[in-house]
Design a protein around this ligand. Structure first.
Ligand code: NAD
Ligand code: UDP
Ligand code: UDP
Length: 318
């Protein structure tokens, strides 16, 4: 049955892909975004669809709308952006969660939280299962994001315990794909844009740190599966691609695929940069019947093609 679905952060990278998927499934989408890192351009092609609605709003303020489901994605995700105004980042995660939970409670509708692998911090357990409580610095430059996401999870589970709220908490691991902002600052978009422009590829540290990269189509399919579960399924549940790469391997792969003359240069490793990260997706497989289908090379192919078109159109500088 067609639903009216709220996506906060819907004009961002993941939110715009989720909007597309839900519209394709026949639903109505209300996209709420303050355009901090998201853009109208990401959803421009959806504006003609009469089942799509775009509202400029900051989730740190109350929101009164009528919907059947809520995906709470509003929050800058790139370290460069979430550290630009760290107080606003914490407010977005915490006050945004309170407001969206208040909305979900009034409407008695399910709400899904886009949590993050960052709740595990710089993990001492590898790969990371959902039962791991994490290793997080509460006072460092990444804390506004990590602790904000952790507090949001606390709020979700307290609304569950206190108000019997229907909640779904998904811990998203590094996700990439078309519609990342060219100046997003995260590693995949940085390397691809640098390679396409023939600029130096900037590895932070010695490149031996690891990440596991999930293609965005796989990710949004996982979010929708989670939302479709029984009320008893709350998560938290990891969604990510369990194939792990060093950042050096990623740089070599991008240079090779773009056939770029770029050389690799080394920059300082940011404070508290996690050494290793790989999701244990046993729970996602068992509970959601979900696993990623797109391997890194195939996903990079599509991402490179997207940035190639964008750069050719001269939009990357905007
Ligand atoms: P993004 O920065 O592209 O999207 C975030 C969106 O939220 C943007 O459109 C931004 O304008 C909007 N936003 C920020 N603050 C807001 C506010 N106060 N009110 C309303 N809108 C606001 O990032 P993304 O990669 O699409 O991430 C989406 C969600 O997924 C975020 O919650 C992020 O923390 C989570 N996540 C992403 C990844 C990843 O690898 N991409 C990993 C873990 C978790
Ligand atoms: N809220 C909202 N939209 C709604 C209902 C509530 O934005 O439709 C906000 C409300 O302003 C409050 C927050 O959500 O600040 C939490 O609401 P809740 O009912 O849980 O708490 P209370 O209003 O009792 O503080
Ligand atoms: N990174 C890098 N060069 C860049 C951007 C990032 O070497 O131009 C590194 C970064 O230090 C981290 C990894 O790549 O070790 C992933 O960084 P990203 O910002 O994409 O995500 P996160 O650190 O939040 O996982």
């Amino acid at each position: 049955m067609a639903k009216r679905i709220l996506i906060t952060g819907g004009a961002g990278f993941i939110g715009s892909h989720l909007s597309e998927l839900l519209l394709e499934a026949g639903h109505e989408v209300l996209c709420v975004d303050n355009f901090f890192t998201g853009t109208r351009g990401n959803v421009l092609h959806l504006l003609e669809n009469r089942r799509f609605e775009l509202m400029r709003h900051d989730v740190t303020h109350p929101l009164f709308v009528e919907v059947d489901e809520i995906y709470n994605l509003a929050c800058p995700a790139s370290p460069v952006h979430y550290q630009f105004d760290p107080v606003q980042t914490t407010k977005t995660s915490v006050m945004g969660a309170i407001n969206m939970l208040g909305l979900a409670k009034r409407l008695r509708v399910p709400i899904l939280q886009a949590s993050s692998s960052e709740v595990y911090g710089d993990p001492e357990m590898h790969p990371q299962p959902e039962g791991y409580w994490g290793h997080v610095n509460p006072i460092g430059p990444r804390s506004c994001y990590d602790e904000g996401k952790r507090c949001a999870e606390t709020l979700f589970f307290d609304y569950r315990r206190q108000h019997n709220q229907k909640i779904k908490v998904v811990r998203i691991f590094n996700t990439y794909g078309p519609k990342m902002h060219p100046n997003d600052g995260r590693v995949v978009s940085n390397f691809v844009v640098q390679a396409l422009k023939g600029q130096d590829i900037t590895i932070y540290g010695d490149g031996s740190q690891t990440r596991s990269f999930c293609y965005v189509d796989d990710l949004v399919a996982g979010l929708v599966r989670m939302m479709a579960t029984e009320d008893s399924v709350t998560g938290p549940i990891n969604i990510g691609n369990p194939v792990e790469f060093t950042i050096r391997q990623l740089a070599d792969l991008v240079v090779d695929m773009v056939n770029s003359g770029s050389k690799v240069v080394y920059r300082d490793l940011p404070t508290d940069d996690p050494r290793q990260r790989r999701p244990d997706i046993g729970m996602a497989r068992a509970v959601l019947g979900w696993e990623p289908k797109v391997q890194l090379r195939e996903g990079l192919d599509k991402t490179i093609a997207y940035f190639e078109t964008l750069l050719a159109a001269g939009k990357a500088a905007q």
